[in-house]
Design a binder for this molecule. Structure first.
Ligand code: SF4
Ligand code: SF4
Length: 364
Protein backbone atom coordinates (compact mmCIF):
# COMPACT_ATOMS: atom_id res chain seq x y z
CA UNK A 1 0.00 0.00 0.00
CA UNK A 2 1.43 3.32 -1.10
CA UNK A 3 0.36 5.15 2.07
CA UNK A 4 2.23 2.63 4.16
CA UNK A 5 5.34 2.72 1.96
CA UNK A 6 5.41 6.49 2.09
CA UNK A 7 4.55 6.50 5.79
CA UNK A 8 1.39 8.60 5.52
CA UNK A 9 -0.50 8.17 8.84
CA UNK A 10 -3.95 7.58 7.41
CA UNK A 11 -5.38 5.56 10.34
CA UNK A 12 -5.38 6.97 13.85
CA UNK A 13 -6.52 5.56 17.18
CA UNK A 14 -7.44 7.93 19.99
CA UNK A 15 -7.63 6.24 23.38
CA UNK A 16 -9.56 9.00 25.12
CA UNK A 17 -9.62 7.63 28.67
CA UNK A 18 -8.67 4.62 30.79
CA UNK A 19 -11.79 5.17 32.90
CA UNK A 20 -14.78 2.97 32.31
CA UNK A 21 -18.28 2.15 33.46
CA UNK A 22 -17.15 -1.48 33.80
CA UNK A 23 -14.24 -3.12 35.56
CA UNK A 24 -13.63 -6.15 33.36
CA UNK A 25 -11.38 -8.83 34.76
CA UNK A 26 -9.47 -9.17 31.49
CA UNK A 27 -9.17 -5.48 30.64
CA UNK A 28 -5.67 -4.40 29.62
CA UNK A 29 -6.28 -0.69 30.21
CA UNK A 30 -9.02 0.18 32.70
CA UNK A 31 -7.76 2.26 35.64
CA UNK A 32 -9.57 3.57 38.68
CA UNK A 33 -9.02 7.25 39.64
CA UNK A 34 -6.74 5.96 42.42
CA UNK A 35 -4.65 4.02 39.92
CA UNK A 36 -4.45 7.09 37.66
CA UNK A 37 -3.04 9.02 40.59
CA UNK A 38 -1.41 12.25 39.46
CA UNK A 39 -1.65 11.38 35.79
CA UNK A 40 -4.25 13.46 33.95
CA UNK A 41 -6.23 12.73 30.82
CA UNK A 42 -5.63 15.03 27.86
CA UNK A 43 -8.14 17.87 27.86
CA UNK A 44 -10.76 18.49 25.20
CA UNK A 45 -8.64 21.36 23.83
CA UNK A 46 -5.63 19.04 23.60
CA UNK A 47 -7.67 16.51 21.65
CA UNK A 48 -9.11 19.10 19.28
CA UNK A 49 -5.59 20.29 18.46
CA UNK A 50 -4.54 16.66 17.93
CA UNK A 51 -7.49 16.04 15.60
CA UNK A 52 -6.59 19.08 13.48
CA UNK A 53 -2.97 17.97 13.28
CA UNK A 54 -3.95 14.40 12.40
CA UNK A 55 -6.00 15.70 9.49
CA UNK A 56 -3.09 17.81 8.25
CA UNK A 57 -0.90 14.69 8.31
CA UNK A 58 -3.35 12.61 6.26
CA UNK A 59 -5.91 11.04 8.62
CA UNK A 60 -8.69 9.23 6.74
CA UNK A 61 -9.77 6.70 9.38
CA UNK A 62 -10.17 7.32 13.06
CA UNK A 63 -11.15 5.08 15.97
CA UNK A 64 -12.31 6.49 19.31
CA UNK A 65 -11.64 4.00 22.04
CA UNK A 66 -10.85 3.72 25.74
CA UNK A 67 -11.69 2.65 28.46
CA UNK A 68 -15.17 3.87 27.75
CA UNK A 69 -14.37 6.70 25.36
CA UNK A 70 -17.78 8.33 25.89
CA UNK A 71 -16.80 9.17 29.48
CA UNK A 72 -14.34 11.79 28.24
CA UNK A 73 -16.01 15.17 28.94
CA UNK A 74 -15.12 16.36 25.43
CA UNK A 75 -16.35 13.23 23.65
CA UNK A 76 -19.00 14.96 21.52
CA UNK A 77 -16.80 17.89 20.59
CA UNK A 78 -14.01 15.55 19.53
CA UNK A 79 -16.48 13.30 17.70
CA UNK A 80 -18.02 16.18 15.79
CA UNK A 81 -14.64 17.69 14.87
CA UNK A 82 -13.57 14.35 13.38
CA UNK A 83 -16.78 13.92 11.40
CA UNK A 84 -16.66 17.52 10.17
CA UNK A 85 -13.15 16.83 8.87
CA UNK A 86 -14.48 13.95 6.79
CA UNK A 87 -12.74 10.96 8.40
CA UNK A 88 -14.31 7.52 8.46
CA UNK A 89 -15.01 7.30 12.18
CA UNK A 90 -15.54 4.26 14.40
CA UNK A 91 -16.58 4.44 18.04
CA UNK A 92 -15.86 1.58 20.45
CA UNK A 93 -18.15 1.39 23.47
CA UNK A 94 -19.49 -1.17 25.92
CA UNK A 95 -22.98 0.22 25.26
CA UNK A 96 -23.88 0.66 28.92
CA UNK A 97 -23.55 4.40 29.33
CA UNK A 98 -25.53 5.34 26.22
CA UNK A 99 -28.41 7.68 27.02
CA UNK A 100 -31.42 8.39 24.82
CA UNK A 101 -29.86 11.78 24.05
CA UNK A 102 -26.61 10.07 22.93
CA UNK A 103 -28.56 7.73 20.68
CA UNK A 104 -30.44 10.62 19.11
CA UNK A 105 -27.15 12.43 18.53
CA UNK A 106 -25.59 9.38 16.87
CA UNK A 107 -28.68 9.03 14.69
CA UNK A 108 -28.51 12.67 13.63
CA UNK A 109 -24.82 12.59 12.76
CA UNK A 110 -23.80 8.93 12.54
CA UNK A 111 -20.26 7.56 12.54
CA UNK A 112 -19.19 4.92 10.01
CA UNK A 113 -19.55 2.35 12.77
CA UNK A 114 -20.34 1.89 16.44
CA UNK A 115 -18.77 -1.24 17.81
CA UNK A 116 -20.35 -2.59 20.98
CA UNK A 117 -18.54 -5.30 22.88
CA UNK A 118 -20.71 -8.02 24.39
CA UNK A 119 -19.36 -9.61 27.55
CA UNK A 120 -21.95 -12.32 28.08
CA UNK A 121 -25.55 -13.30 27.50
CA UNK A 122 -26.87 -13.04 31.06
CA UNK A 123 -26.81 -10.71 34.04
CA UNK A 124 -24.82 -13.27 36.01
CA UNK A 125 -21.97 -13.46 33.52
CA UNK A 126 -21.90 -9.69 33.08
CA UNK A 127 -21.66 -9.25 36.83
CA UNK A 128 -18.91 -11.85 37.15
CA UNK A 129 -16.85 -10.37 34.33
CA UNK A 130 -17.59 -6.63 34.30
CA UNK A 131 -18.67 -6.05 37.88
CA UNK A 132 -22.17 -4.88 36.79
CA UNK A 133 -25.50 -6.53 36.07
CA UNK A 134 -25.51 -4.63 32.82
CA UNK A 135 -26.72 -7.19 30.30
CA UNK A 136 -30.33 -6.03 30.00
CA UNK A 137 -29.37 -2.39 29.66
CA UNK A 138 -26.74 -3.09 26.99
CA UNK A 139 -29.20 -5.13 24.91
CA UNK A 140 -31.82 -2.43 25.33
CA UNK A 141 -29.37 0.19 24.10
CA UNK A 142 -28.45 -1.96 21.10
CA UNK A 143 -32.14 -2.20 20.22
CA UNK A 144 -32.63 1.54 20.70
CA UNK A 145 -29.74 2.23 18.33
CA UNK A 146 -31.27 -0.12 15.77
CA UNK A 147 -34.65 1.57 16.13
CA UNK A 148 -32.96 4.93 15.57
CA UNK A 149 -31.43 3.66 12.33
CA UNK A 150 -27.89 3.22 13.65
CA UNK A 151 -26.83 -0.40 13.25
CA UNK A 152 -24.09 -1.29 15.71
CA UNK A 153 -21.46 -3.95 15.10
CA UNK A 154 -21.05 -6.50 17.86
CA UNK A 155 -17.76 -7.84 19.13
CA UNK A 156 -17.19 -10.47 21.79
CA UNK A 157 -13.97 -10.72 23.73
CA UNK A 158 -13.86 -14.20 25.21
CA UNK A 159 -11.98 -15.09 28.33
CA UNK A 160 -12.24 -17.61 31.15
CA UNK A 161 -15.16 -15.71 32.70
CA UNK A 162 -17.55 -15.70 29.75
CA UNK A 163 -16.59 -18.66 27.54
CA UNK A 164 -19.58 -20.64 28.75
CA UNK A 165 -21.93 -17.98 27.38
CA UNK A 166 -20.45 -18.02 23.89
CA UNK A 167 -23.21 -20.13 22.27
CA UNK A 168 -25.90 -17.92 23.78
CA UNK A 169 -24.03 -14.78 22.70
CA UNK A 170 -24.05 -16.04 19.10
CA UNK A 171 -27.75 -16.83 19.36
CA UNK A 172 -28.42 -13.38 20.77
CA UNK A 173 -26.61 -11.76 17.83
CA UNK A 174 -28.76 -13.85 15.49
CA UNK A 175 -31.93 -12.75 17.27
CA UNK A 176 -30.88 -9.13 17.03
CA UNK A 177 -30.09 -9.60 13.35
CA UNK A 178 -26.52 -8.45 13.87
CA UNK A 179 -23.22 -10.02 12.95
CA UNK A 180 -20.83 -10.62 15.80
CA UNK A 181 -17.07 -10.82 15.56
CA UNK A 182 -15.40 -12.72 18.33
CA UNK A 183 -11.88 -13.11 19.55
CA UNK A 184 -9.80 -15.15 21.94
CA UNK A 185 -6.80 -12.90 21.32
CA UNK A 186 -6.47 -11.33 24.71
CA UNK A 187 -3.98 -8.57 25.40
CA UNK A 188 -1.49 -8.74 28.22
CA UNK A 189 -2.66 -6.06 30.69
CA UNK A 190 -0.75 -2.84 31.20
CA UNK A 191 1.33 -3.09 34.38
CA UNK A 192 -0.53 -0.22 36.08
CA UNK A 193 -3.86 -2.14 35.96
CA UNK A 194 -2.56 -4.73 38.43
CA UNK A 195 -4.19 -7.50 36.36
CA UNK A 196 -2.54 -10.74 35.39
CA UNK A 197 -2.99 -12.60 32.09
CA UNK A 198 -3.09 -15.99 33.84
CA UNK A 199 -6.14 -14.92 35.85
CA UNK A 200 -8.38 -14.62 32.82
CA UNK A 201 -6.83 -16.49 29.89
CA UNK A 202 -8.61 -19.77 29.13
CA UNK A 203 -6.56 -22.84 28.36
CA UNK A 204 -6.23 -23.70 24.65
CA UNK A 205 -8.45 -26.73 25.29
CA UNK A 206 -11.15 -24.56 26.91
CA UNK A 207 -11.09 -22.23 23.90
CA UNK A 208 -11.62 -25.07 21.43
CA UNK A 209 -14.41 -26.61 23.50
CA UNK A 210 -16.27 -23.30 23.78
CA UNK A 211 -15.82 -22.41 20.14
CA UNK A 212 -17.10 -25.79 18.96
CA UNK A 213 -20.13 -25.40 21.22
CA UNK A 214 -20.76 -21.93 19.76
CA UNK A 215 -20.51 -23.13 16.19
CA UNK A 216 -22.88 -26.00 16.93
CA UNK A 217 -25.38 -23.62 18.51
CA UNK A 218 -25.69 -21.62 15.30
CA UNK A 219 -25.50 -24.57 12.94
CA UNK A 220 -21.92 -24.19 11.74
CA UNK A 221 -19.88 -27.28 10.95
CA UNK A 222 -16.13 -27.48 11.51
CA UNK A 223 -13.84 -27.60 8.48
CA UNK A 224 -12.27 -30.90 7.49
CA UNK A 225 -8.58 -30.23 8.12
CA UNK A 226 -5.74 -32.70 8.05
CA UNK A 227 -4.52 -32.55 11.67
CA UNK A 228 -1.05 -31.18 12.35
CA UNK A 229 0.40 -33.28 15.12
CA UNK A 230 3.53 -31.38 16.13
CA UNK A 231 4.08 -27.81 17.20
CA UNK A 232 6.90 -26.08 15.31
CA UNK A 233 10.39 -26.79 16.61
CA UNK A 234 12.26 -23.84 18.04
CA UNK A 235 14.47 -22.39 15.31
CA UNK A 236 17.77 -20.60 15.87
CA UNK A 237 17.66 -16.89 16.61
CA UNK A 238 17.49 -14.90 13.41
CA UNK A 239 19.46 -11.66 13.80
CA UNK A 240 18.10 -10.46 10.45
CA UNK A 241 14.55 -11.23 11.48
CA UNK A 242 11.89 -9.55 9.40
CA UNK A 243 10.33 -6.65 11.29
CA UNK A 244 6.61 -6.17 11.73
CA UNK A 245 4.96 -5.40 8.42
CA UNK A 246 1.53 -4.12 9.49
CA UNK A 247 0.41 -0.49 9.25
CA UNK A 248 1.46 0.34 12.82
CA UNK A 249 4.12 3.04 12.77
CA UNK A 250 3.96 3.20 8.98
CA UNK A 251 0.37 4.13 8.19
CA UNK A 252 -1.15 4.41 11.66
CA UNK A 253 -0.50 5.51 15.20
CA UNK A 254 -2.21 5.70 18.58
CA UNK A 255 -2.44 8.57 20.99
CA UNK A 256 -3.12 7.36 24.51
CA UNK A 257 -5.26 9.09 27.12
CA UNK A 258 -2.32 10.80 28.84
CA UNK A 259 -0.57 11.92 25.66
CA UNK A 260 1.67 8.92 25.07
CA UNK A 261 2.20 8.36 21.37
CA UNK A 262 2.74 4.84 20.04
CA UNK A 263 2.67 2.91 16.83
CA UNK A 264 -0.28 0.80 18.02
CA UNK A 265 -2.48 0.12 21.04
CA UNK A 266 -0.40 -2.98 21.82
CA UNK A 267 3.02 -1.32 21.76
CA UNK A 268 4.26 0.10 25.05
CA UNK A 269 5.70 3.58 24.72
CA UNK A 270 7.36 6.35 26.67
CA UNK A 271 7.06 8.89 23.87
CA UNK A 272 4.89 11.74 25.05
CA UNK A 273 3.44 14.44 22.84
CA UNK A 274 4.34 17.06 25.43
CA UNK A 275 8.04 16.21 25.09
CA UNK A 276 8.28 15.74 21.34
CA UNK A 277 7.19 17.56 18.23
CA UNK A 278 4.78 15.65 16.03
CA UNK A 279 7.58 14.92 13.53
CA UNK A 280 9.86 13.58 16.27
CA UNK A 281 7.12 11.39 17.72
CA UNK A 282 6.21 9.95 14.31
CA UNK A 283 9.88 9.18 13.62
CA UNK A 284 10.26 7.61 17.07
CA UNK A 285 7.32 5.22 16.67
CA UNK A 286 8.93 3.88 13.51
CA UNK A 287 11.90 2.96 15.68
CA UNK A 288 9.51 1.09 18.01
CA UNK A 289 8.24 -1.03 15.15
CA UNK A 290 11.76 -1.70 13.91
CA UNK A 291 12.46 -3.39 17.24
CA UNK A 292 9.68 -5.93 17.06
CA UNK A 293 10.76 -8.99 15.08
CA UNK A 294 8.51 -11.56 13.48
CA UNK A 295 9.26 -14.77 15.42
CA UNK A 296 11.55 -17.14 13.52
CA UNK A 297 9.06 -20.04 13.63
CA UNK A 298 6.20 -17.89 12.30
CA UNK A 299 8.06 -16.66 9.25
CA UNK A 300 7.51 -19.87 7.31
CA UNK A 301 4.57 -21.36 9.21
CA UNK A 302 1.67 -22.44 7.01
CA UNK A 303 -0.80 -21.54 9.76
CA UNK A 304 0.43 -17.99 9.85
CA UNK A 305 -2.54 -16.69 7.75
CA UNK A 306 -4.98 -17.92 10.40
CA UNK A 307 -2.92 -17.31 13.52
CA UNK A 308 -3.22 -14.28 15.81
CA UNK A 309 -3.73 -11.05 13.88
CA UNK A 310 -0.85 -9.43 15.75
CA UNK A 311 2.52 -10.79 16.83
CA UNK A 312 2.32 -8.63 19.92
CA UNK A 313 -0.79 -10.40 21.22
CA UNK A 314 1.28 -12.88 23.14
CA UNK A 315 1.47 -14.10 26.66
CA UNK A 316 5.23 -14.47 26.58
CA UNK A 317 6.60 -10.96 26.01
CA UNK A 318 10.17 -11.81 26.96
CA UNK A 319 11.15 -13.91 23.97
CA UNK A 320 10.03 -11.91 20.93
CA UNK A 321 12.31 -13.69 18.45
CA UNK A 322 10.34 -16.90 18.98
CA UNK A 323 6.71 -17.83 18.77
CA UNK A 324 4.58 -17.68 21.87
CA UNK A 325 3.89 -21.30 22.97
CA UNK A 326 0.39 -20.48 24.28
CA UNK A 327 -0.66 -18.64 21.12
CA UNK A 328 0.88 -21.36 18.96
CA UNK A 329 -0.95 -24.15 20.73
CA UNK A 330 -4.26 -22.29 20.52
CA UNK A 331 -3.85 -21.95 16.75
CA UNK A 332 -2.86 -25.59 16.26
CA UNK A 333 -5.74 -26.93 18.35
CA UNK A 334 -8.25 -24.67 16.64
CA UNK A 335 -6.95 -25.70 13.22
CA UNK A 336 -7.04 -29.38 14.08
CA UNK A 337 -10.60 -29.04 15.41
CA UNK A 338 -11.66 -27.47 12.09
CA UNK A 339 -12.28 -24.02 13.57
CA UNK A 340 -9.83 -22.33 11.21
CA UNK A 341 -9.30 -22.83 7.54
CA UNK A 342 -6.63 -21.90 5.09
CA UNK A 343 -7.88 -20.00 2.05
CA UNK A 344 -7.58 -22.94 -0.36
CA UNK A 345 -10.17 -24.92 1.64
CA UNK A 346 -12.51 -22.05 2.01
CA UNK A 347 -14.05 -22.07 -1.46
CA UNK A 348 -15.94 -25.29 -0.64
CA UNK A 349 -17.52 -23.92 2.51
CA UNK A 350 -20.36 -21.89 1.11
CA UNK A 351 -22.71 -22.86 3.91
CA UNK A 352 -20.60 -20.77 6.32
CA UNK A 353 -21.29 -17.48 4.63
CA UNK A 354 -23.54 -16.12 7.33
CA UNK A 355 -20.98 -16.69 10.07
CA UNK A 356 -17.68 -16.61 8.27
CA UNK A 357 -14.92 -17.11 10.87
CA UNK A 358 -12.62 -14.52 9.36
CA UNK A 359 -15.43 -12.03 9.34
CA UNK A 360 -16.11 -12.89 12.94
CA UNK A 361 -12.54 -12.50 14.08
CA UNK A 362 -11.87 -9.55 16.27
CA UNK A 363 -10.12 -6.90 14.22
CA UNK A 364 -8.98 -4.62 17.00
S1 SF4 B 1 -15.67 -2.31 28.98
FE1 SF4 B 1 -13.73 -2.43 27.84
S2 SF4 B 1 -12.50 -0.71 28.58
FE2 SF4 B 1 -14.17 -1.05 30.05
S3 SF4 B 1 -13.31 -2.35 31.63
FE3 SF4 B 1 -14.33 -3.67 30.11
S4 SF4 B 1 -12.71 -4.25 28.63
FE4 SF4 B 1 -11.97 -2.48 29.82
S1 SF4 C 1 2.49 -18.84 16.59
FE1 SF4 C 1 1.13 -19.12 14.84
S2 SF4 C 1 2.30 -18.45 13.04
FE2 SF4 C 1 3.75 -18.75 14.72
S3 SF4 C 1 4.51 -20.80 14.43
FE3 SF4 C 1 2.78 -20.96 15.86
S4 SF4 C 1 0.95 -21.34 14.59
FE4 SF4 C 1 2.62 -20.64 13.25
Amino acid sequence: MLWKRQRVPFAVFYELTPRCTFDCRMCYIHLTPEQMGERKELSTEDWLRIVDRSFREGMLYCVLTGGECMLHPGFWQIYERILAGGAVLSVNTNGYALTDADIARFAENPPASIRITLYGASEEVYEKLTGRRAFGRVVENIQKLQAAGVTPKLTATLCRWNLQDFPEMLRLAQRLGLRMKYSFDLSVPNADTGRCFEDYAPTPEEIVEAELAGWKAVGMKPYQNEPITELPARLPDDPNSVRLTCEAGRGSYTIHWDGRFSSCLNVPTKIHIQDYTYEEAWAAVYEQIEHFPIPAECQTCRLRPVCAPCYLLRKDQKDPFHCDPYRCRVTHLRYNAGLLTLKANKKDETEKEEYDPEEMMHDG
